[in-house]
Design a protein around this ligand. Structure first.
Ligand SMILES: [Zn+2]
Length: 292
């Protein structure tokens, strides 16, 4: 049974596509050593499913990220995926806050208090693209449907299911342009509406695609594997340190021999000694003040 994959299906007559995503080990790796409340864990798993699905539609090398920015007990929730299927995610939760156990109730508390931010970041350092909308709907699936309707006028239907140690998503989306089958979209929409969460969580979820769409003319693409991957590097961490400014860096250098910075996503540790810190301070002085 294939685990951690993305499968694309194209319905050429209807000019629509379907994307199926399955996450297994990726979730274990991302949630290892974290202590997120259960409802936050579900929301982060759903966000990972969404960025994996959306990564199948981007036409450049780079990353797509989904962020929930809110003023509430979850100050940040972020998931991103590279064009090669490298996923990572993180949530920042106020430890004092009492969060509801139910993911639906948690989502409802975020509606009106959070924004949904989707960002496309080309790997070559080209122009970043960002879309920000208020979070709406009864769950992340509806928020994504509304996002596409609003920002790109693309009809989209999304199903998300998160179980213990695995999660699956299925999306259908109308593509821009003409199609030969006027009733096709309604048929697809009807089919996906019948899918239950327990069906999405079955071990052999690929069979669901055959079962659902067996009467539709379709092109099934080879499944692509997904994995946990964090693109952090020493250079990037250096960039973050540089952004702290000379005073704070001098403070750090005087207080400890080695500064340890841990990546929030993968927990990898980067060490900088006095010599490194002085070099960063000097390079900052030479290039003058920077704005971040
Ligand atoms: Zn990292």
């Amino acid at each position: 049974m294939q685990r951690d994959f993305l499968q694309r299906v194209l319905f050429e007559d209807v000019n629509a596509r379907a994307v199926l995503v399955r996450l297994d080990r990726v979730l274990d790796e991302i949630f290892a050593e974290t202590t997120y409340p259960p409802a936050v864990q579900v929301l982060l798993a759903e966000s990972l499913l969404v960025v994996a699905m959306l990564s199948s539609g981007i036409k450049f090398d780079g990353r797509i990220s989904l962020q929930l920015q809110s003023t509430g007990p979850i100050s940040l929730l972020l998931a991103d995926c590279s064009e090669e299927g490298g996923l990572r995610g993180i949530a920042q939760v106020d430890e004092q806050a009492e969060l509801p156990d139910s993911p639906e109730v948690l989502f409802a508390t975020l509606v009106g208090a959070a924004n949904l931010v989707l960002t496309l970041e080309p790997a070559d350092g080209g122009q970043r693209w960002q879309g920000i909308v208020p979070l709406e709907g009864e769950g992340l699936h509806e928020a994504i449907e509304a996002y596409f309707q609003r920002s790109e006028q693309l009809l989209t239907r999304v199903k998300l299911a998160v179980g213990v140690g695995q999660a699956s998503a299925l999306m259908i989306q109308q593509m821009p342009g003409q199609h030969d089958d006027p009733d096709g979209w309604n048929r697809l929409e009807h089919l996906i509406a019948t899918v239950r969460a327990d069906e999405l969580l079955e071990p052999d979820v690929k069979r669901l695609l055959d079962k659902l769409f067996h009467q539709e003319t379709r092109r099934v693409f080879p499944a692509r594997s997904l994995q946990f991957h964090c693109p952090c590097t020493r250079e990037r961490v250096l960039g973050v340190l540089q952004g702290l400014g000379t005073d704070e860096l001098q403070d750090m250098a005087s207080q400890q021999e080695t500064v340890e910075v841990r990546c929030q996503f993968c927990n990898r540790a980067y060490h900088f000694d006095e010599f490194d810190l002085n070099a960063i301070i000097q390079s900052g002085d030479e290039s003058g003040p920077t704005v971040h």
